[in-house]
Design a protein around this ligand. Structure first.
Ligand SMILES: Cc1ncc(COP(=O)(O)O)c(C=O)c1O
Length: 389
């Protein structure tokens, strides 16, 4: 479990390193990737062993018999999150975003509304209009330095054409873990307004030591007939390249609707994604505990360093590795901030406005990296904003 040795993925078909220049305009092998949401770390030994075993075997054909993977998923959810369900409730998708798109297709018609709480994971903001559905953004309220959902405000703007509400739990960006009361309030809102509830829990295993994620299904079992949980082993175990997502649907009728929507596309799961998911959920707990502790310490250091910059403050968080940094106190324009961060400090970052209008003034930095590189990034930002001191 070595998280300290820096990894460099230039020239290896990596979005993290190879796409920094084309996507963010940050060039050079000394550039530091803090944008795309994967980790600098190598995967857990149990995952690498499982892949080695596949390579030794040498068969690269279609994947079959997903049942043992579904069993590993349900066992993990029960032991790690106190959430019990039959392995039959697990459907596999080609990534979580694709699972999200399937639910939108299944539950809405063109023009129907899909609700998101902003600021929000940018991909969903793009997918909804791309599918001809109406994006309904519900701005969260900042209270005591953390985001809260404004369900009363949301109720006032509903037109009756909304069919789906998407909750990200823990939230990205901001890293908030929702309380059981908050989860129940969202669930009740979905009942009151007859909405399908998508609970995206892809960050559920990236909690800081001592913090506890509550699956929506556990907090609000009364909404299982309208609840689709989409999640994966991909974020927590850094295996996103395996493009394997999970849709967990406990209501039999809803599960059949989802399966029918899936059938329109066909396609068996990604062999390597399934093998990695099974290994992660079967033998990955120790590695994950160590990764969580490492990221939590990274967050402590990062927050201290960033908060020392005048006009800059990092939102407190209990989960994820995606830090939400408020630069509004510097008084600088968005372009000026990006110029300093990306061109002067050579750090590829996710620009706040991509997460919604309320992301103005913010930048999202991914801190799942070796401590040496994290410190290097903080040093470079010190230099890029030295005139503020
Ligand atoms: C909330 C959330 N959902 C989904 C994804 C992406 O999932 P996938 O790569 O499996 O499509 C991310 C990636 O950052 C995310 O933060």
């Amino acid at each position: 479990m070595d998280f300290d040795t820096p990894v460099s993925g230039f020239g290896r078909h990596t979005q993290r390193w190879d796409d920094m220049d084309p996507l963010r305009g940050v060039a050079g092998t000394d550039a530091l990737p803090m944008f795309v949401a994967d980790m600098e770390f190598r995967a857990a030994p149990c995952i690498l062993d499982a892949l080695r075993n596949e390579i030794e075997f040498g068969y690269m054909g279609y994947f079959g018999n997903p049942a043992p993977v579904a069993e590993a998923v349900s066992h993990w959810m029960e032991t790690r999150h106190g959430w019990s369900f039959s392995p039959d409730c697990v459907q596999f998708t080609h990534g979580v975003v694709q699972g999200f798109a399937r639910v939108i297709e299944m539950a809405t018609e063109p023009g129907d509304g899909v609700i998101l709480f902003t600021p929000v994971y940018h991909s969903f903001r793009k997918k909804i209009p791309a599918k001809g559905r109406t994006l309904v953004e519900s701005p969260m309220v900042l209270r005591d330095g953390r985001y809260e959902m404004d369900l009363e405000g949301l109720a006032e703007v509903l037109t009756g054409r909304e069919k789906v509400l998407t909750l990200i739990s823990p939230h990205n960006p901001g890293g908030r873990i929702w309380s059981a009361d908050e989860l129940r309030a969202v669930a009740d809102f979905c009942v009151a307004h007859d909405l399908i509830l998508i609970s995206d829990e892809i960050h559920m295993d990236l909690t800081f030591p001592g913090a506890k994620h509550i699956p929506t299904s556990v907090a609000a079992p009364h909404v299982k007939d309208r609840l689709i949980t989409i999640t994966a082993a991909s974020k927590a175990f850094n295996i996103a390249g395996g493009e394997t997502g999970l849709a967990i649907i406990e209501d039999a009728a809803l599960l059949e609707r989802f399966k029918a929507a899936q059938k329109a596309y066909g396609g068996t799961p990604n062999r390597f994604g399934m093998i990695m998911t099974k290994a992660a959920f079967t033998d990955g707990a120790d590695w994950l505990d160590a990764a969580q502790a490492y990221i939590a310490e990274n967050f402590r250091i990062w927050r201290e360093r960033m908060n020392a910059l005048p006009g800059v403050s990092v939102m407190d968080m209990q989960a994820t590795y995606l830090t939400w940094v408020d630069f509004s106190g510097t008084g600088m324009s968005h372009d000026e901030l990006l110029r300093r961060i990306q061109q002067d400090a050579k750090i590829a970052v996710s620009p706040g406005p991509d997460f919604g209008p309320d992301g103005e003034g913010y930048q999202r930095f991914n801190i799942a990296m070796s401590r040496g590189n994290l410190t290097r990034a903080a040093d470079r930002l010190d230099a890029a904003f030295a005139d503020l001191q």
